[in-house]
Design a protein around this ligand. Structure first.
Ligand code: GTP
Ligand code: MG
Length: 420
């Protein structure tokens, strides 16, 4: 499919226009679309009716014809009336940035949860556009048969809207159920006191590669995750347990961020991204070879702020250091590490740093060990820190600091677990 890209830039726009269009091109490539031409216009605001002004629109029209394009992609989220007007003017499929990203997510979603989330995001995107969609139909009807048809168009709009709203409600319910189940899993993990370390970063920065490098370093045959030179290669969160020098932590690979992620998407993926909010440590993976490192850094920081995850301890990974041209790059006042998955630079240091950050792997628990389980009492009495010990009717009560690895043997005697 051949496409033409169009962007409007304002003087205050912090995004360099070429960068914006390059990124849009990559987003289009993610859907196998080939860019055959690109246009941009400098303006204070996008045109309310047709995004770009009349002159630019004529240039685009000519290009559509000359390059035999199949669609035009606009670099912002457009209102329904803008999309409708553009379609009428250009007589070709018109796609806005939000819809493009939604379609990529839709194509990549593989887990039932991701599928539901993307469906929700798409419905939320469509909801305010339904009226316009039907308005056009009723206008056509109206010219033929007058008032009656307009009424029919309007009631159809209401029907569509009700259908969408009902579906949105249904999806939300299903997502809530999934979230409930995940929450219990999370509580169990927390109970086991295994710290959670989340890989976060701009799309294509190397999060999944970093996960794989760490997995391979600690265990040759670790189950790896998909890494690809492609935007949004990862669309669900993946968890892997890592054991390293008596420490254990759960490493979570997450969805990449991109500038101007559609609001409806952040909203729908909030639960998936909740994994990030639960993290004890964030590894912020940065593509240090990107010429747009600052912009990408800003976007990730902003999304972390939106997710209320900006206070979580963070290590910055200056990844792809093997390709970096600016070797003076640094992040003053922060914990950071130059890193490369290609050359394995500083993998060991990263593991050490993570272990330092996630702290001791013990857990304070209240246990009631039956008198018949003398072997378990024996383990507790051997050098563990006991805060309190009491002989009770059904066994010995211990308030004790237990190493995480030993917890599974004691879970069924954990008083807090029994009460739950
Ligand atoms: N040269 C070089 N390439 C790297 C390095 N780390 C990752 N890459 C490449 O960067 C591309 C993206 O890597 P991924 O690990 O899939 O990136 P990601 O952040 O998980 O991307 P999304 O899941 O799409 O958000 C792949 O082609 C990797 O081979 C590195 O240290 N050096
Ligand atoms: Mg990935």
């Amino acid at each position: 499919m051949k496409v033409i890209l169009v962007a409007v830039t304002t003087s205050q726009d912090r995004y360099d226009i070429e960068y914006s269009l390059d990124e849009l091109k990559k987003l289009a490539e993610a859907l196998n679309m080939k860019t055959v031409d690109r246009f941009f216009q400098k303006a204070e605001h996008p045109n309310a009716r047709t995004y770009v002004g009349k002159g630019k629109l004529n240039e685009i029209k000519l290009a559509v014809f000359a390059k035999d394009a199949d669609a035009v992609i606009f670099n912002d989220e457009l209102t329904y009336s803008q999309l409708r007007n553009l379609k009428e003017e250009l007589q070709i499929e018109c796609i806005d940035r939000s819809y493009l990203i939604l379609r990529i997510f839709e194509q990549r979603a593989s887990t039932p949860e991701a599928k539901l989330e993307i469906r929700l995001a798409k419905n939320l995107y469509l909801l305010p556009r339904i009226a316009g969609l039907r308005e056009k139909e009723s206008r056509i009807g109206g010219s033929k048969a007058g008032v009656t048809n307009r009424g029919a168009g309007e009631s159809q709009t209401n029907l569509d809207r009700r259908r969408l709203l009902a579906e949105i409600q249904q999806i939300r319910k299903s997502l809530q159920q999934i979230e409930k189940r995940k929450k219990t899993e999370r509580t169990r993990r927390q109970k086991n006191d295994i710290p959670i370390v989340a890989l976060v970063g701009y799309t294509n920065s190397g999060k999944s590669s970093t996960m794989n490098s760490l997995l391979k370093y600690v265990c040759e045959n670790g189950k790896t995750v998909v890494e690809k030179d492609q935007l949004f290669a990862t669309l669900s969160t993946y968890n892997r347990k890592i054991s390293f020098e008596q420490k254990e932590f759960i490493l979570v690979d997450t969805i990449g961020f991109v500038s101007r992620l559609p609001h409806t998407l952040i909203h729908s993926f909030y639960q998936t991204l909740a994994e990030i909010r639960q993290a004890d440590l964030i590894l912020h993976v940065i593509d240090s070879s990107s010429p747009y490192i600052n912009e990408q850094f800003q976007v990730v920081s902003q999304v972390l702020y939106t997710l209320q995850a900006d206070r979580i301890p963070m290590i910055f990974l200056l990844n792809k250091w093997d390709q970096t041209t600016d070797e003076t790059l640094c992040i003053p006042g922060q914990k950071y590490l130059t890193f490369s998955n290609k050359t394995q630079l500083h993998i060991r240091q990263l593991l050490d740093l993570i272990c330092q950050e996630v702290g001791p792997s013990t857990l304070r628990v209240r246990l009631l060990i039956p008198y018949s389980k003398g072997n378990l009492s024996h383990i507790l009495e051997e050098g563990l820190h006991i805060y309190r010990k009491e002989y009770q009717e059904f066994g010995i009560y211990y308030d004790v600091e237990l190493p995480v690895q030993k917890y599974p043997d004691f879970r069924m005697y954990d008083l807090d677990q029994i009460v739950q």
